[in-house]
Ligand binder design. Structure first.
Ligand SMILES: NC(=O)c1ccc[n+]([C@@H]2O[C@H](COP(=O)([O-])OP(=O)(O)OC[C@H]3O[C@@H](n4cnc5c(N)ncnc54)[C@H](O)[C@@H]3O)[C@@H](O)[C@H]2O)c1
Length: 256
């Protein structure tokens, strides 16, 4: 497994689930981890557990991004890895059944919240950190997208929209970041055992003939993508299988 000795790594949504597992995986490989989240109590707990530090960061707030990154650069001299992971669905994980999606009834604040965390959080995260990565001589950005960025998830079409958006950003932006020594990749997990969904996730994954995978499996994929030289790629993660590179289908009329 790759070594991150002495590297400074920033993880968003690091208080829980995939983000928390990534903090653990990076710290276990020698990294100094800056755990960020809006959940201060849980975030501090993760930071203490991994010997890192916690900083409050709402990823949808561009000014907050600038403040947090300049603080990290002032303290640590730069950044080596950024895991843009914070994300939400358009409904609360409150248990019970998945609510039937009705776009006319979707509260505007649920839409803004999902766009803010899942899309703005990635766009602002990349824009705020590229300079700090470049000044270090290069680095890696890994985004937690989803299989919902590659196929449709009818339970939450707006979540699907946000994940398709970040997959598009990763693929289109990677070449220009490569010129600055920065890799940009997306991890696209299927179902992961975290608190983003309530207990209804069990039923959903059974119906979809999937199994919930542990967050540590996704964290391992993040570490591999960050350490590798590939860029602009999407890595699909299913329970118990190695991450697989997603190959886009040829475009009819253009590629044939
Ligand atoms: N769990 C799954 O099945 C699954 C599958 C594919 C992709 N994902 C993606 O994985 C990522 C992590 O989710 P998870 O499953 O670990 O869920 P989680 O709910 O356990 O963790 C998400 C974390 O993000 C934080 N967060 C939410 N909004 C934020 C904001 N605006 N600013 C900063 N932090 C914020 C939350 O406080 C929480 O700690 C998300 O982007 C999610 O879409 C999850």
């Amino acid at each position: 497994m790759p070594d991150f000795d002495g590297r400074t790594c920033l993880v968003t949504g690091g208080a829980s689930g995939i983000g928390s597992a990534t903090c653990e995986a990076l710290a276990a490989r020698g990294a100094h981890v800056v755990v960020t989240d809006v959940d201060e109590a849980a975030g501090r707990g993760v930071a203490d557990a991994v010997g890192g530090e916690f900083t409050h960061l709402d990823v949808s707030d561009r000014d907050a991004w600038i403040r947090v990154v300049s603080g990290v650069v002032a303290t640590h001299g730069g950044l080596d890895l950024v895991h843009l992971n914070a994300g939400v669905t358009t409904y609360p994980a409150a248990g019970g059944d998945f609510p039937a999606f009705d776009i006319a009834a979707m509260p505007a604040d649920a839409y803004r919240r999902a766009m803010g965390a899942n899309v703005d959080g990635v766009v602002f995260g990349v824009s705020a950190t590229v300079e700090a990565l470049e000044n270090r001589g290069g680095g890696a950005i890994v985004v937690t997208a989803s299989v919902a960025g590659l196929i449709t998830w009818e339970v939450d079409p707006v979540y699907t929209l946000t994940k398709h958006a970040v997959v598009g950003l990763v693929r289109a932006l990677a070449p220009s970041l490569a010129e600055r020594g920065i890799t940009l990749n997306a991890i696209c997990p299927a179902a992961v055992a975290t608190k983003i969904f309530g207990p209804e996730a069990e039923d959903f994954v059974r119906e979809a003939r999937l199994r919930l995978m542990p967050p540590s499996q996704v964290a391992d994929a993040v570490v591999l993508a960050a350490a590798g030289s590939e860029t602009g790629q999407c890595w699909v993660c299913y329970d118990g299988r190695e991450p697989k590179l997603y190959l886009p289908a040829p475009l009819p009329g253009l590629d044939d």
